[in-house]
Design a protein around this ligand. Sequence first.
Ligand code: FES
Length: 132
Amino acid sequence: MPADDTLDATEGTAWVRAVRRDELPTDGTGLALEVAGRAVALFSVDGEVRAIDDSCPHQGGSLGLGVVLEGEVTCPWHGWHFELATGRNTDGLAACVAVHRTRISAEGDVEVAWGDRSVRPERKSERREGCS
Ligand code: FES
């Protein structure tokens, strides 16, 4: 892939190949893998690919090994819940995980955005205390 195809010129974002789209499970489970040296959890939900940091902010459980239901992943260790679209904890806790944008390449690969603007919540009003 040419170098120009890996950069989003409007945001200075690098797109990093993670996995083939057809390798993602579609049964409510995800994948935990390393993308550019960072542990990431990938999920296929309602036809979209979601990417969040893999490490649960509680005690580091692998969220990629969790189960997704109605857009939320349940940590397999102690059951905390995180909304895949925002990374927010939905148990009322001041905890969240970074969310990364994804796209599908022409070759059918899932690519994860890597850059300052790839981490959400993007709007300060959506952030909870304790989340960055
Ligand atoms: S490590 Fe995730 S809930 Fe405890």
